[in-house]
Design a protein around this ligand. Sequence first.
Ligand code: FES
Length: 234
Amino acid sequence: MAGCRFVVTSGFLISLDMTCTIIIEGTELKVRNGSSVLYAALDNGFYIPNLCSIRDNPKPFASCRLCFVEIKGQPDPVTACTSRVIDGMEIKLQSPRIARLRKNSFDLLMNNHRLNCQRCDKKKKCDLQKIAKFEHFKLSDTLFRKIDFNLPIDSSHPLFSLDANKCILCGKCIWICQNEGTGQLDFSYRGIKTRISTFGGIPLAEACRDSCTACVAICPVGAFQFKKVSATNA
Ligand code: FES
């Protein structure tokens, strides 16, 4: 297995190699040097449950805590989205410890997610459903007592609405809004009361006066949803 070659210049460690070799579940792979373990796996057909990672974001939120993997030589599982590949790395995607951690994380997310899959636009395209199927979890069967704050739905915008009762606080909408939109969204409040909000909590229609809908496209769970266009309006 070829070792990666490095050079130090201006205080930075620069790799001279474009690729390095890692092993995922016994399969040897050439991957792009410095890529995250998550995308190295996904790009090579190995699925790791993930909800909050965005490929273009160099500083992952790591808020969903679903992407745990084990790396040989490390005592505890680590999040794949925040770990970078290095040459010779051996990665396990399944183990009893990983399963326990993922189940706890999933149940914590489901605690705050109001289930109404039958009437949700994300039905069959929802990342929570995908992960539940992959891990053989039941969506309604969580370890923790369900919390429903019964928050108001913001349907003031002509194109989309935000149902905070479904939001799992992955932060994807904030990142896309701040990087590709108009920067209107952010977290507000703290702890269990944390919400996605516009500045000052003003309605979406006032905050988002353009037609940007990037938050809807990136939301993995249907908290942001497009409004239905009725036949009379079409
Ligand atoms: S994808 Fe890694 S913590 Fe969410």
